[in-house]
Design a protein around this ligand. Structure first.
Ligand SMILES: *Cc1c(COP(=O)(O)O)cnc(C)c1O
Length: 364
């Protein structure tokens, strides 16, 4: 028998979350964001659930080839654009749309020989200070691109730094709007958080939204909202089984560093999942976990291949009992990935992206 751990990708949940995000901005087209191998889910595994998207956005050229290999003939957008001149040959060959965020990318395009002019997304740095042209340089970049025979249509793009926080997006929207007001072309502004929180706001409305994390069943502004409040479903479940049981007496400790000490008699389950499977090592005593759908807690330190959990609320549990580390248990009980991430001082994004290659994955 293989080691009892597995991940499941839920096609139905992906489909529902995509529809939920579409409803947040009903007039907009929706990019299915499949960067980082579809946030760790696997591009081929999410394909069935996300094929109703209007296009697919990612940043690795090999991932773009995989999307084309699935038979997708619609829009594919490179969110960071090209990295070197020969990437443009692949854009021409596969009909990829690409972001232009710096002068060097304009130079590469101006030197590129192609029969087929490219659709480009010109990115403004409206305040995040990661990629994009500064507002005062944006129109000059647009004019340069407009004059290139290699360019077909120019779309306008920016990215928000604080869509999930108190600060919000108003300031960045103001900057973007002021500079682009009279420019033609489609616009795309919102990630998941902006789509959920401001999707119906007329100033934030655009032609395309770019929701990633929400489609993958994590609340972008957790703990302010959880997935239930945003009507989102878990799309990845990580399950394992109990492979050992220990009976502790008061004063006994568990695991490396003896970081947990029992103060009462305590039954402990040992679960076949550790940090080498992608479970965060920073999770400590108290992190929630489901045993047969019943909530209990991790105790002691996470080790490479195992964690230890408190079996007090599940006296019937023993070797072979299923344990859900995040996602949905067989009885329907949900443990949101955000709760586990918070206990490990990180975010749902990191946990799903870090699912280890040794974990077998199925799609339902
Ligand atoms: C990753 C990414 C998104 C999606 O962000 P989420 O927070 O996952 O919704 C949108 N736009 C760009 C440019 C991105 O890189």
């Amino acid at each position: 028998m293989p080691r009892p751990i597995q991940a499941t990708i839920h096609s139905g949940a992906l489909r529902q979350n995509l529809a939920r995000m579409r409803a947040s901005a009903p007039d907009a087209k929706v990019w299915g964001i499949v960067k980082a191998n579809a946030y760790g889910h696997g591009i081929e595994r999410v394909w069935e659930g996300l094929r109703a998207a209007d296009g697919f956005a990612l940043l690795d050229l090999q991932e773009a080839e995989r999307v084309r290999a699935l038979g997708w003939r619609g829009p594919v957008l490179l969110l960071e654009g090209v990295f070197e001149p020969r990437d443009l040959e692949l854009c021409s060959r596969l009909g990829l749309w690409h972001t232009i965020h710096c002068d060097e990318q304009i130079e590469m395009l101006a030197a590129h020989k192609t029969q087929q002019p490219h659709r480009v997304f010109l990115k403004m740095n409206s305040g995040m200070n990661r990629l994009g042209f500064a507002p005062q340089r944006y129109r000059a970049a647009w004019t340069r691109l407009e004059a290139l025979p290699q360019v077909d249509e120019i779309s306008l793009m920016t990215h928000f730094a604080d869509a999930d926080t108190e600060k919000g997006v108003a300031q960045q929207v103001r900057v973007f709007e002021e500079i682009t007001r009279d420019l033609p072309g489609e616009r795309t502004l919102s990630n998941s958080a902006a789509s959920l929180r401001f999707g119906s706001d007329a100033t934030v409305r655009a032609d395309w939204i770019r929701p990633g994390i929400a489609v993958y069943g994590s609340a972008p502004d957790y703990p302010r909202h959880d997935i239930a409040q945003w009507q989102l479903q878990p799309t990845m479940t990580l399950d394992a089984r109990i492979i050992g049981v220990q009976q502790l007496a008061p004063g006994d400790t568990v695991g490396y560093g003896s970081s947990f000490t029992a103060d009462t008699p305590l039954r402990i389950g040992v679960v076949a999942c550790g940090y080498a499977d992608g479970y965060p090592r920073h999770c400590s005593t108290g992190t929630p976990v489901l045993v047969d759908g019943v909530r209990t807690r991790l105790v002691g330190r996470v080790s490479m291949d195992m964690i230890t959990i408190d079996l007090t609320p599940v006296p019937h549990a023993g070797i072979g009992t299923p344990v859900t580390l995040w996602g949905r248990a067989a009885d329907g009980a949900v443990l949101a990935i955000d709760e586990v991430a918070q206990a490990g001082a990180t975010v749902g994004y990191e946990l799903m992206c870090a699912l280890a290659a040794r974990v077998p994955v199925t799609v339902d």
